[in-house]
Structures are given as C-alpha cells and as structure tokens.
Design a protein around this ligand. Structure first.
Ligand code: ADP
Length: 458
C-alpha cells in the first residue's frame, strides 16, 4: 500500500525563464511527475516557508534528471523561498471557487476593471488566499499542450499592462480555480491589513541587471536568509550597501526586489523628504524607522538619494543636515551584525556624499547600477510588455536596437505610451484618466508597431 507520506518530494528551486513566467506554471522533473502520478497541467502544492499552488509541466530538456523545480518570482515569493532553496512538492486538488476576492498588490494603484475580464485572465489558474498573482497577456500558443496549459498560456489580457493582484480571500479556502460560476470581486485598493507580505516586485522584474542582482543576492539576500551561515563562519555580513547609477536605472526596484526575495520587510526613506521636517523631527523619524525595522527583522531599509541628506561636509551644509548625518552614522554603528537588518542607499552622485558614510562597517560595499546595453534594453522591454496585448509584428529586438541611451524608466514610459497610442487609435473618446477599458474593447485592442513609432516620437 502506498504511504501518503512518501508522496512528498524535496526539490531545489531554480528560476523560470520569462516566457513561462506569470502563468502559474511550474516546471519539474518528469521522474518526479511520474512518481507523484502527475500529468502535464495537474495541480501541485509547492511548500516552502509557505505554500502556493501551481500547474505542473514537464521540464526543459536540460533539466531532465535534475531534482529542480522552476518557479517564477511571484511563485518564489508566495512560497517564501529563493532560488537555491528547497521546497516540498505534492499533488493537490483544486476546487472550483464560489467566490474569489482580489486587491491590487501595489500601493497607490486603484483598479476598477471588469471582473469578467479578470475571470478570463485567470481561467484555469490555481489560486490560494494570500498569493500575489499577475494578470495574463496574450501569448497565443498553440503548441502541443494539454488544455489547461493552453488555456493558461492563451489567457486574454486584463489591462493594457500586467497587473499584480493579491488574492485576499477565496471560498472555499485552500486551492481553488475560477470557473464560469465563480463570483469575482476586485477591491479597489491595496489593504495593508492583510500583512506586509507583498511581492509587488521580484528579480523577474529587473532587466539587464543580472550581475548586479547576483552581487546583491550574495551581499544581502544570503545573510538575511541564512544568518546562521555567517555566524558559524564568524564573518559579519555587510550592514550597508551603496547603489550608484543614473536615475531611472532600477535602483529602487532592485532594493524592493531583494527585500521581497529575501522575505524581508522593506522600509523606504526618500532623502529629500525626510530633510524637509521641522527641527529635530528628521532625526526622530530616522530613529523610529530603524527601531521599527529592527523589530520587524529581517528587514531592509532603503535610503533613496542619500546625497541629499548626507552631502560632503564643508559643502553648503546646514546644521540640520549635519545632525541628520550624525544620527544616521550613530544608528548604523549601533546596528548589531546579527540584527538581520541591511541598509541599502542609492545615489547618482557617489562622489558627493560624506566620506564618513563609506567607512568600514557603514556603507562599505558599492554596486554600480549602469545604463543598460542593447541586451539589457531588450530584457527591460520584455518585462514592460508582459501582459500587454502585443500585435504579432512588434519587434522588440529592433526597438532595443533603436533606443540607445534609454534607461529602464525611459523604456517603461515608452511601453506605456505605446499602449496609450493604441487606445487612442481605437477609442478617440476614451477618458484616459479613468484607465478602465471595457472588455469588448480590450479584446480588439492590440499594441502594434505604429503605436511604438508614435510613442518614440513623443
Ligand atoms: P532609480 O531608483 O534608479 O531612479 P527606479 O527603480 O525608481 O530607478 O526605476 C523607475 C522605473 O523604471 C521602475 O519602476 C521600472 O518601471 C523602470 N525600470 C528602471 N530600471 C529597470 C530595469 N532594470 N528593469 C525593468 N524596469 C526598470
């Protein structure tokens, strides 16, 4: 008689390439699929620190024979694991949901899309409460795949670009999927009450930064995830890392992604903002933030535009700045190496910041975040057109060639503008401020080469 206990397998997590990401698919070894009695498209539960469902699909040829499961960034976040970690996998049953409630997974995003479009976008996708999921975009795959997987890959777009949603609740609980009779509710705003477990950004959302991500994984993610390794070796992990590069190259996004992928809490300080406060108030805010972050550890504090709060002494510095820098230094020096808190600061003018900040034990590691090259631009364009109804003629390679000098923020703006061009084309009267597009319109909408041409001219 088969023992149920044995039908759980341990596998090592690897990254799923972009083409398969965001669909709720997990690639795993055929040997294991056979052992668990799984066919392509069957539902599994992936158990790390938390548990998340997926549809199993056969591995890439090069993975055959390895005990590896490929997951995308959202799945890794949902399971609370990073690449290289181990998860358990077991067969699961997905039940049709009577009701599913979603909310935007990002702050400051208001949504009021059609729930019909949402239902179609998530058709066949196994979901569970607490997960963060991405809406689909047209991919139109007619490969030799079982129905469930074809349905996942061909799910229609929900909006002009991919939208991240949190599964706030499901009825019944457990692993469910949406079908014809499911009632889908979309809350208009993110509700932080549901925990801070947000996976709004992962490594999958960063293009052209592979080396940078690798460096940060080693400096920040590894010690946050496995403090015991460092303790055993008697090595102190870095307390502070300085990211430097031009505006719009992804520094903020990078810090957020590392926090999410390390399963750490993220605290954000905007340099110029904290400077504006009343006498003594800025230092107090800084102290309180460090306090909160220590309590919530593992944590990452991200200080954006650090040059604005910590300019070189001797430069036109007022008393307020001096006190704030002194406070920051005190707080950093006071951090215990074992506290599991890393401060990441960003600047585009590394030469302009107070040298005292860069002494050992403070921001003693530096990572350059550069302007992307053609390959990087192609990756970034791929990321920002995910979930977009792209016409088949759109040539992202060509666009990458033609956008020399564009940074990530420019490329993101370009894709947004192209999508709006497409909307203007079919709906001259649409109120773009509302940004809700009727489902019937969305079905006709595709962003084509002329839209990108139009966007490039703007
Ligand atoms: P920085 O902090 O370096 O000024 P951000 O991280 O705020 O830049 O980037 C602004 C926006 O530009 C991001 O939200 C994202 O949409 C886009 N972006 C920037 N760099 C990248 C990148 N490397 N990959 C994908 N998107 C990027």
């Amino acid at each position: 008689m088969a023992d149920v206990e044995t039908d759980v397998r341990r596998l090592q997590v690897a990254n799923l390439p972009p083409a398969d990401s965001g669909r709720g698919l997990a690639r795993l070894p055929r040997k294991l699929m056979d052992a668990l009695g799984l066919n392509d498209g069957d539902v599994i539960e992936i158990i790390g620190k938390r548990s998340t469902p997926a549809r199993a699909i056969r591995p890439y040829d090069e993975d055959e024979g390895l005990d590896v499961i490929r997951l995308d960034g959202l799945q890794r976040a949902n399971a609370g694991v990073g690449a290289g970690d181990f998860v358990e996998v077991q067969k699961a049953v997905s039940r049709p949901a009577t009701k599913v409630t979603f909310a935007p997974a990002q702050n400051n995003v208001r949504l009021q899309g059609s729930t019909e479009a949402l239902k179609r976008s998530f058709a066949a996708r196994p979901l569970t409460q607490g997960d963060t999921v991405a809406t689909a975009g047209h991919q139109r795959v007619n490969a030799d795949m079982p129905d469930h997987i074809r349905q996942l890959l061909n799910a229609p777009a929900f909006a002009l670009q991919e939208v991240r949603l949190q599964v706030v609740s499901t009825a019944p609980r457990g692993v469910v999927h949406i079908d014809q009779s499911t009632v889908v509710e979309l809350l208009s705003e993110f509700s932080p009450a549901d925990g801070d477990r947000r996976a709004d950004v992962t490594y999958d959302d960063l293009g052209g930064l592979k080396d940078t991500v690798d460096a940060l994984r080693e400096m920040v993610e590894l010690p946050l995830r496995h403090p015991e390794l460092f303790q055993r070796l008697g090595v102190d992990p870095p307390k502070g890392v300085l990211l430097h590069g031009p505006p719009g190259t992804g520094k903020t996004r990078l810090a957020r992604a590392v926090a999410n992928e390390s399963d750490a809490q993220f605290f954000h300080i905007a340099g110029p903002e904290i400077m504006g406060s009343a006498y003594g108030e800025s230092e107090k805010q800084l102290r309180e933030l460090f306090e909160k972050a220590s309590q919530a550890a593992p944590s990452i504090i991200f200080i954006d535009e650090i040059d604005s709060i910590a300019p070189k002494r001797g430069q036109v510095t007022g008393e307020a700045e001096k006190r704030l820098v002194a406070q920051l230094l005190t707080l950093m020096d006071g951090l215990e190496p074992r506290q599991n808190l890393v401060v990441i600061a960003a600047t585009n003018r590394p030469e302009a910041i107070d040298e005292a900040l860069r002494r050992p034990g403070r921001f003693d590691r530096e990572i350059v975040v550069g302007v992307p090259d053609e390959t990087g631009r192609r990756e970034i364009l791929g990321i920002h057109t995910r979930g977009m109804p792209l016409a088949s003629g759109v040539d992202l390679d060509e666009l990458a060639r033609r956008t020399y000098g564009f940074v990530g923020a420019d490329l993101a703006a370009l894709t947004r503008e192209a999508a709006l061009e497409a909307v203007r084309r079919i709906m001259p009267k649409l109120n773009l401020a509302e940004e809700t597009i009727p489902t019937e319109m969305l079905d006709q909408l595709s962003v084509d080469t002329s839209d990108f041409e139009g966007a490039l001219k703007r």
